[in-house]
Design a protein around this ligand. Sequence first.
Ligand code: AMP
Ligand code: FE
Ligand code: FE
Ligand code: ZN
Length: 275
Amino acid sequence: MIDLHMHTTCSDGELSPKELIGKVKKLGYSAIAITDHDNVDAFPIETSEIRIIPGIEITVFEEKYKDLHILGLFVDPSNERLKKKLSELKKQRLDQKLDTIKRLNSLGYEISYEEVKQFSKGAIGRPHIAKTLVAKYPKEFNSVKEVFDKLLAEGKPGYVERKDWFSLNEAIKLIHEAGGVAFLAHPLLYKYNYKELIAYFASLDGDGVEAYYDYVKNGRGKEIKITDIYEVISLCDALELLKSGGSDFHGSSKKQRLGEFVLSDKVLKNIERHL
Ligand code: AMP
Ligand code: FE
Ligand code: FE
Ligand code: ZN
């Protein structure tokens, strides 16, 4: 029983790496990958009885594709080039969140970086901004999801793109240089044509796709067709792409729960055969 996509307090998850590992061990998982947004701060991790795959979820912005998420599994967290690039990405992430806070201020929401930071033990992301708004404007927002739906989701008034771009090609190369394998995360959550996107990802030497994903719990309000899920799996087979999967667990502010969306150990074995 495994899960190859999980977040901790190092990004927008609510459990620390230690707390998360304690819980999944108790539930009987044999392996998990920790894949925080744009950082590997959870590593190194010393633990027994369970395998922890070092991972990352990199945010990509390029001309055609904006806000794609690329999972790197088996990356070496101590790789120098990775560390250097991640410190740049951290700055880009922070700049974007500061711009988002400014935009919200101009829309009349009085929140500051300091307030948002109180909701995060690591890097800040839109979920922390959303939590701040729920706390300060409870009459207007009931939940994090409501803030996304009204303000922070792509295309909404409080959504701000990154100024500096980091391309799909660069993300894949970086993951490879750090010894990892690159997967296109949750291909059906983007506004782009997923078939074209997967073919493009494969053409750039991407290794695989997160073919198994809990779109029921984390569909972000999009209606996901089961036929599209099957189509992604067939495309992986046709293009000889690896298949990964996971719950994208963040904690109680999202619907995914531990133990509910788990994969067979074989999924991991198949990936490892290609390392
Ligand atoms: P950021 O890294 O600041 O771009 O925030 C991205 C994170 O926000 C994602 O990993 C999700 O955890 C969350 N997120 C993105 N879109 C939505 C949405 N529509 N509803 C709820 N959470 C979302
Ligand atoms: Fe997240
Ligand atoms: Fe993601
Ligand atoms: Zn994720």
